[in-house]
Design a protein around this ligand. Sequence first.
Ligand code: FES
Length: 182
Amino acid sequence: MDSEKGPDYNEEVEVVRDILEGWEGEKNLIAILLSVQDHIGYLPEEGMMEIARYLDASETTIYGVATFYNQFRFIPPGKNHVEVCMGTACHVKRGEIVLDSWKRRIGIGEGEVTEDREFSLERVNCVGCCVLAPVTVINGEVHGQMDPTKVDGILLRHELAKEAEEREKEVSGSRIEECGEE
Ligand code: FES
């Protein structure tokens, strides 16, 4: 019931509460944080407060643990979340050059989101596709043997897909208008 929900209730908090219930009292903070990030895409502040309440710990303790591990995000990811692998195999195959290319092309640093929220960028550890090194994962899709040209290619395809989507919207918008005129 809504009246049972606290003043800071929102959809994300509800997701966190569901996850916490799933743990049935087990106090495994890292697993809980991972699960929240998997479901929501990042660790929202209200969610962190909820976890602290549940574990009867201070928020400082919860943030202390979460910030220790660099896989946790505290801001919502962009529409296209770009993860550049910096595991050993990718590092050896010059993954740093790929990471620099992403930074320069989309104009943000690691852990940041573009102003239009179209892209976010993250450095990650081995994603388990070492034979394809150096690897970039975008919204879960693996792109192997990356180099600056491939970064350009992905961005160009993204731009073209966006333009096509815009055109499609305009066409369907004008169709609706035409139908309304009849
Ligand atoms: S080190 Fe990059 S996929 Fe394994």
